[in-house]
Design a protein around this ligand. Structure first.
Ligand SMILES: Nc1ncnc2c1ncn2[C@@H]1O[C@H](COP(=O)(O)OP(=O)(O)OP(=O)(O)O)[C@@H](O)[C@H]1O
Ligand SMILES: [Mg+2]
Length: 295
């Protein structure tokens, strides 16, 4: 991704030993400081449609995602939450036959412009999946790999810093060379979060990161999200309404539409402050969903 995709038009250097998301920026003479793009917006989707082959999965999605906030994506199964999440780091590019119409901006720049390097996009916008998926390697190697690929030297200090950020250090500091599969599910998920952080992203996308975890591990991940959001922007898909209400600043409610024309695609019914969405939603579909009458 070109330098121009960073916060402001500056000369940008990746810091190897940084705290995670920061890019060292050297302001150029004319560069105003615009944290997170205009008004703190990191992503802006405009009239976004998404297709798997001929089948439309998302229609007319318009939403902004704000810097250093947790945005929750909620809605019934099949409404396109994961699809939308994967649009944000161009992960869908890896699925043949997919197509994006409309526009997604990342820091005011077209994320799908032809000169954007999708591999670099996926480093800056990391992803954590539903099922913990560590590599079949040691804890340390799980972190080393991505660092090396991205030109970051995996020093002992950096490994420790990343594991501390993922609230895992105390549990694994004496067994860094042990197989990651020997960790519990909750620990594996925190290792996957550590692995995502290790390559110094600025956004972390999480697709139902707690759905395979028990309530204690779930709360540990939620606490971790609350800490991470001071440095990162987080977008989380969740089916757990309490979780969305507990952790997120803003909520986007997707639902399924188009059935009257023989189609079936996801639309964004409503989005806004989480408190408002859960206490006084404007759309009846949101009301029905959050009160458990649908989905
Ligand atoms: N790789 C794919 N190829 C073709 N169609 C897909 C693919 N992935 C998802 N879809 C379709 O796109 C639509 C949206 O799916 P998506 O997985 O985004 O929904 P979701 O809201 O994340 O659902 P869930 O809550 O069950 O995870 C569904 O109709 C699904 O069948
Ligand atoms: Mg999904």
């Amino acid at each position: 991704m070109p330098d121009s995709m960073s916060d402001s038009p500056t000369t940008t250097t990746q810091v190897a030993a940084g705290t995670g998301d920061e890019l060292v920026t050297t302001p150029t003479a004319s560069a105003p400081k615009r944290p997170g793009g205009s008004h703190g917006v990191v992503f802006r989707a405009t009239d976004l449609d998404f297709y798997y082959g001929k089948a439309r999965a998302l229609k007319d999605v318009n939403v902004e995602i704000h810097r250093h906030e947790i945005t929750a994506l909620i809605g019934p199964s099949g409404c396109g939450k994961s699809t939308f999440l994967r649009c944000l780091n161009r992960m869908n590019d890896l699925i043949p036959g997919t197509r994006v119409d409309g526009r997604i901006e990342f820091h005011d720049q077209d994320l799908y412009a032809s000169d954007i390097d999708s591999v670099d996009v996926r480093r800056r916008i990391g992803m954590v999946f539903q099922k913990p998926n560590p590599f079949p390697k040691s804890i340390k190697e799980n972190l080393n790999f991505g660092m090396k690929v991205n030109g970051i030297k995996p020093t002992a200090e950096r490994i420790e810093a990343v594991l501390r950020k993922a609230s895992l250090w105390d549990e694994v500091k004496d067994k860094l060379d042990q197989d990651a599969f020997a960790l519990s599910g909750g620990q594996q998920q925190r290792l996957c979060i550590a692995r995502a952080i290790a390559v110094e992203p600025e956004v972390i996308l999480m697709d139902e990161p707690c759905s395979a975890l028990d309530p204690i591990s779930t709360l540990a991940i939620e606490d971790l999200m609350n800490e991470l959001v001071t440095q990162y922007t987080i977008v989380i898909v969740t089916h757990n309404m309490q979780q969305a209400a507990r952790v997120s600043h803003r909520t986007a409610f997707f639902t399924v539409a188009g059935m009257d024309q023989g189609e079936r695609y996801g639309v964004l019914a409503e989005h806004g402050d989480t408190e408002k969405i859960f206490t006084a939603p404007a759309d009846k579909r949101t009301q029905d969903y959050i009160t458990g009458r649908f989905g």
